[in-house]
Design a protein around this ligand. Sequence first.
Ligand code: FES
Length: 268
Amino acid sequence: MTSTATKPRGARARAAIAAKTLRTDRWWLAPLLTVVGLTAWVAYATVRVFMHKWYWVDAYHYLTPFYSPCVTDRCVEGASHFGRFLPGWWIIPDAALTLPFLLLFRLTCYYYRKAYYRSFWLSPPACAVPDGHKAYSGETRFPLLGQNLHRYFFYAAAIISLINTWDAILAFHSPKGFGFGLGNIILLVNVVMLWAYTISCHSCRHIIGGRLKHFSKSPVRYKAWTFVSKLNVRHMQLAWITLGTLALTDFYVMAVAAEWISDLRFIN
Ligand code: FES
């Protein structure tokens, strides 16, 4: 049997079918929604990161995760847990210590890789739909070879989640003393979701339960692995939920900081 399809390296030839795909369902919908969702989020985050204002509410110590920790010399003191050692140039994000690692953590995430390979790179856009490219080298060459560094970005993300947790705790201590408002709930929910996403990482699952020959000899690790595995099956949902909670948290802090709205206070 001959084939008119280009034979990808290391793959068997495609069947000689004239149609591009025999799928009749809306296979294009998921990649399309992914492009729209990720593009909108990246556009919002980029604008916010380079806005350099409305990231801190002094009255309640709310700090948006997009500026945590704030390390440039234009940062307000309460937002700068690690000092202000970078120059406040417009091009430098105020959270320059953490944002690159968070970006790399998400970029190399197993789920996001699937999402953007399919939707932006069309490689392939869906099952049983041909690849949008003639050659295919997988992740065997630079720069995609760097995807293997994901486990190290996981460690960085875990540390950054600790910093976000500290921010959420500090927000209960306003200059007037203990306080509690809607902003605290939003910060807290965001942190819980960030932990759920981070812990559900495939690398985390391997770090906890991998390289074990007998689960019965490591009952604690087995229990932790079982817990992580349950979260891991929701990794895609958590990836999207955390994009939502991050944007919502940032927007709420911006709205209160800019005095577009007042924080709904329950105590103090
Ligand atoms: Fe998605 Fe690690 S696999 S964060």
